[in-house]
Each structure stands twice: as structure tokens, then as C-alpha cells.
Design a protein around this ligand. Structure first.
Ligand code: FAD
Length: 569
């Protein structure tokens, strides 16, 4: 049926793509085709098992993208995971459902994205959500589970809540008391999903609480609607590139698809092509279609259709490290304890760190621009950095995320600086759509990013030394005091952090929503500059890192994107 023309072609049936496809196909007169490279994982236990985080890694549903050797990140290549399945990365992620700080979304508007602010996005977080109210009060009391009813949506497709396996032994309360006893207390935050994230919370997940299985984009936005005759999904089909209509204006006629049997075909879209292939694929599809930096395109024999040099630039991710401790208790349940310290709570001397950082911003911006071939301009980067500085030191957003995961006789504490300043890029390495890309997030390029990572480790060490929690934990097993001494300076942490970090799997901004003059790839209607009918709706468009995890914000952005597209029908 590749002869058929569809109104909309959505490239990538992942987290964002299925939201947009679902909402567009609410209109009976609109025909939507989703083209997804992966298959169905409806019955894949590596997906459904709520305790199975990591089981899908390295299997055929993991793209396992590889970066180039990280010059400032220990000289090693990193694997950046992403889901290859109907449901995309939501089928393999950690299911954490945490949004953003209000001021972080407002920052999108501050750099010129009119209408993209917290007030407008908050209704879309709720629209997508089907919050499952925990009803078992015994479970509530011992688990620390709490929420503010006003922050949640109840009628959306995406189930959000806690599982019955949530630990119910009072540990959450012990951890809370411990945070209050820290040298700079971390306040209790009853519900971090209302836009104020600083503090300690017991966070919810994308989970079907009743059945105790993962809730992903396909389970929420596709399977219950699969009988819609105007919603079509092709699985195991790779989009190679866009096909343009003849003429000077860049109007996509459709896409070229490669099927698993080795054949290819062109499928036509009468209205639009919507890219939702993820932050590490959508920019490549633009380049393969002649949208990007002419220097890069010509190197691979691709004719430039639209000169848009910042395609693939501004790539941002976070660095994930972990500390581990022995536990005196044997834990078997699930836990979801998060602390979001602000700069004042994380840094020993926030005021002087802030002042130093402010002075460094011009040099940082110049370094980022130059490390990326001055495709992004230092002056623009400096403006983004000042916005980010204001968020940290004026709006007091969280500067780190500290997770605590009890498991067996162990406490693991994963953590990352929330808003690294380093920016890298991703580009095609060949005109062959199956060739791996050149991915360079430039982890740890800037010393503030490294310092935030060190201070997070010190913060965790303090947590484990603070009563009453200190009583329940044993020795630090990773890195251990013999590897990194108790009073280690930043340099003393360097080798451990840089040889053990991983990508936090939160790549963004590779087709950033910004005014074109400051490096944007899409406008506020998520349309690619210079095209009449191509949009990007996935993580690529998010202009700044958020303090929560990405999926809730991606679902919300996609919900809003669908309304923007529908309003133009
Ligand atoms: P995706 O969901 O990745 O969708 C892209 C889709 O496009 C995929 O299905 C892919 O197969 C398909 N595709 C790609 N190329 C093509 C092509 N050429 N043709 C056709 N189809 C194509 N976020 C959280 O909020 N909480 C968490 O706990 C969390 N944990 C994470 C853990 C891991 C291991 C990872 C990798 C990410 C995690 N994230 C988490 C991040 C979050 O899940 C992702 O940012 C989000 O799902 C990305 O959504 P997306 O729509 O941008 O892309």
C-alpha cells in the first residue's frame, strides 16, 4: 500500500511521534501514517517488567548509538541508548515521571520562542496524563508516596503512578529526616510535578499501577486506538530521507522508506512530514535530505536544499555517575527517592561559584563556539549561558539530581548535574542512511560541569554520613575511600568520575526551537526554517535541558505540537 498518499507522515513511532499521530487521527478526515524502524514490543518482558530496567540494553530494540572518543571525558567513547520499537525510547527508559521547573520552560520564551512558557505547557503535561491515585493508605503511609491533586491530569492516555512493589517500610521517611539534618537542609517537596522541583520527593513513574507493567507511548497512545481506520503504522521500516516536490520552495512530497525485505519505496504526504525520530536521528534525516550545513552536505555529495548550518548543533546531554554503599537491610521492593538541590544546597560556596561562573561565561561561549567550528556564534551561546546562569543563581532551579536506589544489601546513588553548559554536535558521516553518525556531546568540556558533578558526589557522601540514615548504611563500596579520599579535591575525583560516567541519555537541541538568527532549526510552530511542510516534534527541538527527566516534557511538547498542527488544518 505504498502507493497510497497520506495526509501526514510521522517519521518515528516513539514517545513524541505516537502522541502526534494519535491526536491528529482524532480527526476522522485526516489520514496518518507512522513509519517506525523497530517492531512491536507489546509482549517483550524486557519492556514490560517494571523491575527490568537495563534488560533491553544491547538487545535489538536498543539503537545503542556510539559517540566519538570524548576528549574531555576520559578519552572514551560513550554509548547513548535509545529505543528502536513502537513506543521508542519510552519502552526502555527508567520510567521516571518528573517535569521541569517553571522558570526553565519560561526560558524557552525568553530566547524568542513566543508562547512557549510554563503557563501554556502545563495544561499539556496534564492533558496527556492519567494519574492513578494511590488508594491503599497503609501503602501510602509507609512509602512516603504523596502528591498534589491539582498538578495532575486524570483523563489522558498516559498512566502515571506508583507500583504496589513500592517500598513501604518507612525508609522514605528516614531519608527525608536525613535530608533535613544535612548541613544545608534540603526541604521536603510533597509533589515536584507542579513546576517547583527543589527538595526531596518520592516521585511517580510511567507505569500501569494495577497490572504492574511499564506504561510506554505505544501502550498509552497507540494500542487502545489501533482500530482507527485513519491511523496506520508501518513497523520495521526505516525512513531514509525526505523527498522534495519540484520547485524552489522546500515542500516535502513524502519520504523514501527502506523495508526489511530490502526494497525501498516513496510514500507521499499530501499535507506534512513530521519528524519524530529522536534527537540523535531527526537532524540526520534533515541532513540526508539536503537541509543543513552546506560544508557538511557537500562533503558527502548531498545537494543543499536549505542552507541551515545549525542542524545537528547545540547537542546537550548530562553526565551520569554513581556512588554505592553497603546496606544493613536486604531490600526487595521498588523505591523512587529523588533530591533536587539548588546551587545554595549543593555548592559549598554558591555565591562565589556563581560570581566566578558569570565572569567565565564569555570565555565558555567562545570555547563552545570554537569547538563546534563557530557554526553556532559565541554571542548567541553567551546569551543562552546567561539565561542558564540566571536560572541557577536567580531562579534557584535544581542544579543536580540525586537518586537513591536500595536494592538487596546495597544502596546505589545515581546522580548528575542538571544543566551542564557544554554543547557538542551530531552530523552524518556518509550519504548512506544506514551509516552511523558522528556524535560528539563534548562531555565535561567546561569545568563548571565537572565541578557540579564533583559537588554532587560530595553531597551524597554527606547524606550517607548524616543520621538517621547513616545508621542504616555501611561502607562506601564505589568509589570507596581508598580510591577517592574523604577530603579529595576536584582533581582527586577526576579519574573516577571521568572513567566511570555514562551518558544520561538525555540528548536535546539538535534541531533546536529558536529564532533562526540565533541558531534555531525550527520555529515556534516546530516547522523547519525554509520548509513549508516539515516539522520536528521530538527531543531535538527542546532548547534547554530540563531538571526533571525528558519524557514528561516530550509528551507535553508533542501534545502542544499536535494542537498547533491541528489549528492549521
Ligand atoms: P524516541 O522515543 O526515541 O522515538 C524515536 C523513534 O523513531 C524510535 O521509535 C526510533 O526507532 C524511530 N526511528 C529512528 N530513526 C528512524 C528512521 N530513520 N525511520 C523510522 N523510524 C525511526 N526520560 C524520563 O523522563 N524518565 C526516565 O526514567 C528516562 N530514562 C531513560 C533511560 C534510558 C536508557 C534512555 C535511553 C532514556 C531515558 N529517558 C528518560 C529519556 C526519554 O525516554 C527520551 O528522551 C524520550 O523517550 C525521547 O523521545 P523522542 O520522541 O524524542 O524519541
Amino acid at each position: 500500500n505504498s502507493e497510497t498518499t497520506y495526509d501526514y507522515i510521522v517519521v518515528g513511532g516513539g514517545t513524541s511521534g505516537l502522541v502526534v499521530a494519535n491526536r491528529l487521527s482524532e480527526l476522522e478526515k485526516v489520514n496518518v501514517l507512522v513509519i517506525e524502524a523497530g517492531g512491536s514490543v507489546y509482549n517483550n518482558p524486557n519492556v514490560t517488567d517494571t523491575a527490568g530496567y537495563g534488560n533491553a540494553f544491547g538487545t535489538d530494540i536498543d539503537w545503542a548509538y556510539e559517540t566519538v572518543k570524548q576528549e574531555w571525558g576520559g578519552g572514551i567513547k560513550q554509548t547513548v541508548r535509545a529505543g528502536k520499537a513502537l513506543g521508542g525510547t519510552s519502552t526502555i527508559n527508567g520510567m521516571v515521571y518528573l517535569r521541569a521547573q517553571t522558570s526553565q520552560i519560561d526560558a524557552w520564551e525568553k530566547i524568542g520562542n513566543d508562547g512557549w512558557n510554563w503557563k501554556n505547557l502545563f495544561p499539556y503535561y496534564r492533558k496527556g496524563e492519567q494519574f492513578q491515585v494511590p488508594t491503599d493508605y497503609a501503602f501510602l503511609e509507609g512509602s512516603g508516596v504523596a502528591y498534589d491533586p491539582a498538578y495532575h491530569g486524570y483523563d489522558g492516555p498516559l498512566k502515571v503512578g506508583w507500583t504496589s512493589t513500592q517500598l513501604n517500610d518507612g525508609l522514605a521517611q528516614v531519608v527525608n529526616t536525613t535530608y533535613q539534618n544535612m548541613s544545608v537542609p534540603v526541604p521536603y517537596n510533597r509533589d515536584p510535578n507542579g513546576g517547583q522541583m527543589v527538595g526531596y520527593s518520592v516521585y511517580p513513574k510511567t507505569v500501569n499501577s494495577e497490572l504492574n507493567i511499564r506504561e510506554d507511548a505505544a501502550r498509552a497512545y497507540y494500542y487502545p486506538y489501533q482500530n482507527r481506520t485513519n491511523l496506520h503504522v508501518w513497523l520495521n521500516s526505516n525512513v531514509n530521507k525526505l523527498i522534495w516536490k519540484n520547485g524552489t520552495d522546500a515542500t516535502a512530497e513524502g519520504v523514501e522508506v527502506a523495508f526489511s525485505n530490502g526494497t525501498t519505496a516513496v510514500v507521499k504526504a499530501s499535507r506534512e512530514v513530521i519528524l519524530a525520530a529522536g534527537a540523535l536521528k531527526s537532524p540526520l534525516l534533515l541532513e540526508l535530505s539536503g537541509v543543513g550545513n552546506p560544508d557538511i552536505l557537500s562533503k558527502h555529495g548531498i545537494e543543499t536544499k536549505i542552507n541551515l548550518p545549525t542542524v545537528g548543533e547545540n547537542l546537550q546531554d548530562q553526565m551520569n555517575n554513581g556512588l554505592a554503599y553497603d546496606s544493613k537491610t536486604n531490600y526487595t521492593g521498588a523505591a523512587s527517592y529523588v533530591a533536587y538541590p539548588s546551587a545554595e544546597e549543593l555548592f559549598t560556596n554558591a555565591t562565589s561559584i556563581g560570581a566566578q561562573l558569570l565572569r567565565k561565561l564569555p570565555a565558555y561561549a567562545a570555547q563552545v563556539a570554537s569547538a563546534n567550528g563557530n557554526v553556532t556564534r559565541a554571542a548567541d551561546i553567551e546569551r543562552f549561558f546567561k539565561v542558564q546562569w540566571d536560572l541557577i543563581f536567580k531562579s534557584h532551579i535544581p542544579v543536580a539530581e540525586i537518586l537513591l536506589e536500595p536494592s538487596g544489601f546495597t544502596y546505589d546513588s545515581e546522580y548528575w548535574g542538571s544543566v551542564p553548559f557544554s554543547r557538542g554536535n551530531i552530523h552524518i558521516s556518509s550519504a548512506d542512511p544506514t551509516a552511523p553518525a558522528t556524535i560528539d556531546p563534548k562531555y565535561f568540556m567546561l569545568d563548571f560541569d565537572f565541578h557540579a558533578q564533583v559537588e554532587s558526589a560530595r553531597f551524597i557522601r554527606e547524606l550517607f554520613k548524616t543520621e538517621p540514615f547513616a545508621d542504616m548504611a555501611g561502607a562506601e563500596t564505589s568509589p570507596g575511600l581508598s580510591t577517592v579520599s574523604a577530603n579529595a579535591n576536584d582533581e582527586g575525583w577526576s579519574s573516577f568520575l571521568k572513567s566511570n560516567f555514562r551518558s544520561n541519555f538525555h540528548p536535546i537541541t539538535t534541531a533546536g526551537m529558536m529564532p533562526k538568527e540565533i541558531g534555531g532549526v525550527v520555529d515556534t510552530s516546530l516547522k523547519v526554517y525554509g520548509t513549508s511542510n516539515v516539522r520536528v516534534v521530538d527531543a531535538s527541538v527542546i532548547p534547554f535541558q530540563v531538571c526533571g527527566h525528558l519524557q514528561s516534557t516530550i509528551y507535553a511538547v508533542a501534545e502542544r505540537a499536535a494542537d498547533i498542527i491541528k489549528a492549521e488544518i
